[in-house]
Design a binder for this molecule. Structure first.
Ligand SMILES: N[C@@H](CCC(=O)N[C@@H](CS)C(=O)NCC(=O)O)C(=O)O
Length: 285
């Protein structure tokens, strides 16, 4: 669990917040995952939107809460938790019903969620290339400078490298864009994972068996974003497609995945510009 310690936190006002508070962005995949979880658990929470497209997460106030500069963040009775999967596992312990991590499978689920998180930058690459498609550098140099110099830069009291990984990602994107080569590599990594999930779903209705779990939430969020990017689920992974359609129809999911950074008209315009260079064409699917 990644609960921050006192010296990590510079924005001291959050220490006085009572109840469940979530700092998040409507169109962020990790925030959507947490909000679906909160919906399914029926946990009341206070919303603190963070404007990612305008780089509010790189401002001193937010970095004083999460030194990594990422959403979502949970503040529960003044304790600050970061990392969406850790937040979810923490809340599962605090709000045990309905159960979304099968009893006795906590360690297995933790490992599977870590594996899911490892693909996060691949999701971001495909999102920026095929869904958001910004015309210039996705993050201005001034925002990255503020990102670098603000916040404690420590997590649980130790120097933390995550911010540097993030800055490197954005600087490389500014220099090279989201290239065909990187997009192809990211798409292929997902294909390997979804092939496995497709096989799992031949035997059972949900990824962990007979019941819905946090794994379904996490992978549905990825699958949904990738489908917006043009990933051909119905053809390549038909069982994943059918499973995704079932989950998307549940109100707890529908409400969150419908919240996008772009309007449907903007998404259509991005798609029209991709003739010949769609995800399908570039990945060779
Ligand atoms: N491992 C982190 C990843 C969090 C993350 O990368 N969040 C994205 C939104 S999905 C973010 O804050 N991006 C910052 C930005 O776009 O500037 C988690 O699971 O919480």
């Amino acid at each position: 669990m990644v609960q921050l310690v006192d010296s990590d936190i510079k924005t001291r006002e959050v220490l006085g917040w009572k109840g469940v508070h979530v700092l998040h962005f409507m169109g962020s995949s990790c925030s959507q995952k947490l909000r679906v979880f909160l919906n399914l658990k029926n946990i009341p929470w206070h919303s603190h939107p963070v404007d990612l497209p305008n780089n509010e997460n790189m401002q001193p106030w937010f970095l004083g809460i999460n030194p990594r500069g990422l959403v979502p963040v949970l503040v529960h009775d003044g304790a600050v938790h970061i990392e969406s999967n850790d937040i979810i596992q923490y809340l599962e312990g605090r709000f045990p019903t309905p159960r979304l991590i099968p009893a006795g499978h906590e360690n297995e689920v933790a490992a599977l969620l870590r594996h899911e998180d490892d693909l996060h930058l691949d999701l971001r690459t495909l999102s920026f290339r095929f869904v958001f498609a910004p015309p210039g550098p996705p993050k201005p140099a001034a925002a990255l400078e503020s990102y670098l110099k603000n916040g404690s830069s420590t997590v649980q009291g130790a120097k933390d490298n995550e911010k540097h990984i993030q800055i490197e990602f954005w600087q490389r994107a500014a220099k090279e864009g989201f290239t065909d080569e990187r997009a192809r590599a990211s798409a292929l990594r997902f294909r390997t994972e979804f092939d496995k999930l497709d096989r799992t779903l031949t035997q059972q209705p949900y990824l962990m068996g007979a019941d819905l779990s946090v794994l379904d939430i996490a992978w549905l969020i990825y699958a949904h974003r990738l489908s917006l990017a043009g990933y051909p689920f119905a053809r390549v992974h038909p069982r994943v497609h059918a499973w995704a359609e079932r989950l998307r129809a549940m109100p707890e999911f529908a409400k969150e995945i419908g919240q996008l950074r772009h309007s449907p008209a903007q998404l259509d315009a991005v798609r029209r510009e991709q003739v010949g260079s769609t995800l399908e064409a570039i990945a060779g699917f």
